[in-house]
Design a protein around this ligand. Sequence first.
Ligand code: DX5
Ligand code: ZN
Length: 222
Amino acid sequence: MSQNQILSASILSADFTQLASEIKAAEKAGSDWIHIDVMDGHFVPNLTMGPFIAAACRRATNIPLDVHLMIENPGNLLPAFVEAGADTISIHIETGADIPEAVNYIQAQGCRASIALNPDTPTQAVSELLPIVDQVLVMTVHPGYSGQKFISDTLPKITQIRKQLDEVNPEAQIEVDGGINQETIADALVAGAEIFVAASAIFKHPQGIAAGVHALRKQFAG
Ligand code: DX5
Ligand code: ZN
């Protein structure tokens, strides 16, 4: 198991009237990345943020920006997110987009390319793409909203994908997203995930952002 677990704070649960200071608080407390949930009201019912907000995040921090595209036709917006300063870009397999073309483009721009799959999408749907990606984003809730309950049926999928990656692309990392809290993070870690996205467990922690980050990072120690 890697010793380099990464915590990616999802601003979906941040207070947008104070976005820069919320990002800085997460960074200061030990969040490694900032996760940006892009939703278009079509691929998922919710409508959130676009390249303009990603560029604002870029001005607020120097830590990597982890852009999660939950949009139809993701290829159209890749240049805008690269320009905005994205470091990792995740595209959903369920969009039917030309994933190899998108992955090529993302990597040619010097970014990490990630393929995302929903809880109901089987592992086989991404098998052929595993050799070319830098990351696989395993959704542990149905995408669209923060604050949902972790779907533990996804745990065997994480282990299965880790096993396949070890054979064809051992450097690639698995990211988990949805319902990550101080209990579920340990399960996802044991299953084989290395990158952990959390929105409500960080930005809605009753004792504040730093306490949320510390509670999650504590699970990396053991
Ligand atoms: C859900 C988003 C997640 C979400 C996670 O569609 O992709 O990144 O912000 O929120 P929590 O951590 O509250 O489940
Ligand atoms: Zn996300």
